[in-house]
Design a protein around this ligand. Structure first.
Ligand code: BDP
Length: 625
């Protein structure tokens, strides 16, 4: 029997907005304060909805998180099976209003593609954020659990508005201290704020926690005491947070401890935690970001290490794999582990924070990059998706007003990977700035071109990791750090010499190409069939290699660097024309960030071309194409 509850909402007068705009309101119009999910939903409507009567209808057998919006001339009905899904419906409806898309006969069916849509915060317990460019951590650990910042609910609200339903609070380079009881009390306080918005809390855990905070002799996953310790710790967490989501683990990677320290496998390690979480329906997200310094091509290592373990993970383990095989480079071919482990649940990890894309200084709209990824893999089977957050305690959350678009885009694509970047950019611009097409059209074009432009002024034609050591902001293709791991240095990746440039990953080289299925592996193995965007990823080619444009490789590199510098200057021109259509504060901030971006693009071009010229010995032909 269907249980039905209908709540008719009274409509309230439109409350005028304040005109000052510091960016803190993101794509949302009004501040919201609420306790329970349904009252938040009503409050949101009360504050922002300007249309006809809205009814909520709860139906038991409707798919999780899915909702319908049905409207006729008189009223609008939002139908769902849970309060959270009704809230999603409300945000969707308000989004339609903000973008001018309310019609008389609405018939919308929305459901999320992935069950788990999760932000990963690389936030440390001391308030710093690894690869964070928007201030300090949002989590005030020293004030919690007693003082609850209003930003916690604002954060949850923004996430709920785009369908994000999970958050990993702490850095994957995890401090064992997060599992101390005192810290768990603080985590509980955050979970309590997030719950009405449908956001579950997860934690990154350090694999050596049993030895470090549990005082056990070992953290060996096959040791009975270790197993009991994780069970007890997990039970303790669930006593405090009954809907706790689970654990994220970076193990045996970049110096982090893991099961291999005890001669065990990644499957042994993941299953240890999965068994502790299973009675509570929690999940383990086990990262596949591993590379030893064993001389093998770094791009190959995760595949080599994980594919033999296919089918050996518990069913509440999901392997979390970065979109590409190296490390969040401006552009990478998709990670060959996708599709290579048919008996294992896998999920992609995107980096929303711009570690390798100009921090919060460069305007780079990442939906275009993520779209290229979704077009390369079979995403149907993904149950989960993670994005490394770009939020901090800056007033505007993300540092650059346009970095907010990447948070927004991540949520929208986690909900529906089929959405086009232009649709997402359009929605976001209209909601965040203006519905004026004289603004939306040119600025949208700029957003859609921005990723390819950044790729071209940083690492064109499949080049990668030309970044300055450690901070990864600017170019340093010549970088040499005594005693550094070879695969942390740009020379390992570009391999420029008097003959040519690029990493030979063909069957004559590292053979990384053979990790991809046919016909890709054959195609990418031959320079003439390999898409030029991946050319120097897979091939070491002579400076005079003929490109499809008719130019030689060296000239093509010059062309890409030079062309993208010009493109950033065009972005500046587009933005400068928007002064009358944007509030002064955000106009000026974006304008100054674009100045930095234009400066940096020239810096990239000069640094890379002048350095590579020492090998090519050819003139830099910029401007004469
Ligand atoms: C790299 C970052 C490093 C992270 C690591 C990871 O440089 O700070 O800890 O990835 O994902 O991109 O674990």
């Amino acid at each position: 029997m269907k249980k039905m509850a209908i709540i008719v909402l009274l409509l309230y007068l439109f409350i005028p907005q304040i005109s000052a705009e510091d960016g803190s309101r993101l794509w949302l119009q009004n501040k919201s304060k609420g306790t329970e999910t349904l009252s938040i939903a009503k409050q949101e409507l009360k504050q922002s909805w300007k249309g006809k009567a809205v009814e909520f209808q709860l139906i038991n057998d409707f798919e999780n998180d899915a909702f319908k919006i049905i409207g006729n001339a008189k009223k609008i009905k939002i139908i769902a099976s849970s309060d959270i899904a009704l809230l999603y419906g409300v945000y969707h409806l308000l989004g339609l209003q903000q973008t001018g898309k309310i019609t008389n006969d609405l018939n919308i069916n929305e459901y999320p593609h992935c069950q788990y849509r999760i932000l990963n915060h690389w936030d440390n317990l001391d308030g710093s954020i690894e690869r964070g460019y928007a201030g300090k951590s949002l989590w005030k650990w020293d004030e919690l659990p007693h003082k609850i910042s209003p930003r916690y609910a604002e954060y949850a609200r923004a996430n709920a508005s785009i369908g994000i339903n999970g958050t990993v609070l702490n850095n994957v380079n995890a401090s064992p201290q997060i599992l101390q009881t005192e810290m768990l009390q603080k985590v509980k306080a955050l979970a309590d704020v997030f719950r009405p918005y449908g956001i579950k809390v997860y934690l990154s855990v350090n694999f050596s926690s049993p030895a470090i905070i549990g005082n056990l002799k070992t953290s060996d996953p096959l040791d009975k005491e270790v197993q009991q310790w994780w069970k007890n710790k997990t039970d303790e967490i669930y006593r405090l947070i009954p809907d706790f989501g689970g654990f994220l683990v970076k193990a045996n990677s970049e110096g982090q401890p893991g099961p291999q320290d005890f001669g065990r496998t990644h499957a042994d390690g993941a299953n240890l935690l999965a068994d502790a979480l299973r009675p509570h329906n929690g999940i383990v997200m086990w990262r596949a970001f591993v590379y030893a310094s064993n001389g093998d091509d770094r791009a190959k290592q995760a595949y080599t290490e994980f594919t033999p373990l296919d089918g050996r993970f518990r069913d509440n383990v999901i392997l979390q794999i970065k979109n590409g095989p190296i490390d969040f480079q401006p552009r990478e071919p998709y990670h060959p582990l996708f599709g290579a482990m048919p008996q294992t649940a896998v999920m992609p990890e995107f980096q929303i924070t711009q570690e390798y894309l100009g921090s919060s200084n460069h305007l780079v709209f990442l939906a275009t990059m993520w779209r290229e990824f979704f077009e390369s893999v079979n995403f149907q089977s993904f149950k989960a998706i993670a994005g490394v957050a770009n939020t901090g305690n800056d007033t505007n959350w993300c540092g650059h007003p346009f970095s907010q678009a990447n948070w927004y885009a991540f949520g929208r694509l986690a909900w529906n990977p089929r959405l086009l970047p232009e649709t997402i950019a359009d929605e976001w611009l209209r909601m965040t700035f203006s519905n004026d097409s004289a603004f939306v059209d040119p600025v949208k074009t700029m957003m859609l071109d921005s990723w390819e432009t950044a790729v071209n002024y940083m690492t064109p034609l499949g080049l990668h990791h030309l970044f300055a050591y450690d901070h990864h902001y600017g170019p340093e293709p010549w970088c040499d750090v005594p005693d550094a791991r070879a695969d942390w240095l740009p020379k390992y990746y570009h391999r420029a010499d008097n003959q040519g440039i690029g990493f030979d990953r063909t069957s004559n080289g590292s053979d990384a190409v053979s990790q991809y299925p046919s016909p890709l592996r054959e195609k990418w193995n031959h320079p003439s069939d390999c898409p030029e965007k991946y050319l120097l990823w897979f091939h070491h080619l002579p400076w005079d290699y003929p490109m499809k444009s008719g130019r030689i490789l060296w000239d093509e590199l010059c062309y890409k660097y030079d062309g993208s510098v010009k493109q950033v200057r065009e972005f500046q021109g587009i933005w400068d024309k928007q002064e009358s259509r944007v509030d002064a504060e955000r106009f000026r901030l974006v304008q100054s960030k674009l100045e930095i971006q234009a400066h940096d693009a020239v810096w990239w071009k000069d640094a890379c071309l002048l350095y590579f010229q020492t090998f090519s010995q050819l003139p830099i032909s910029s401007g004469n194409f």
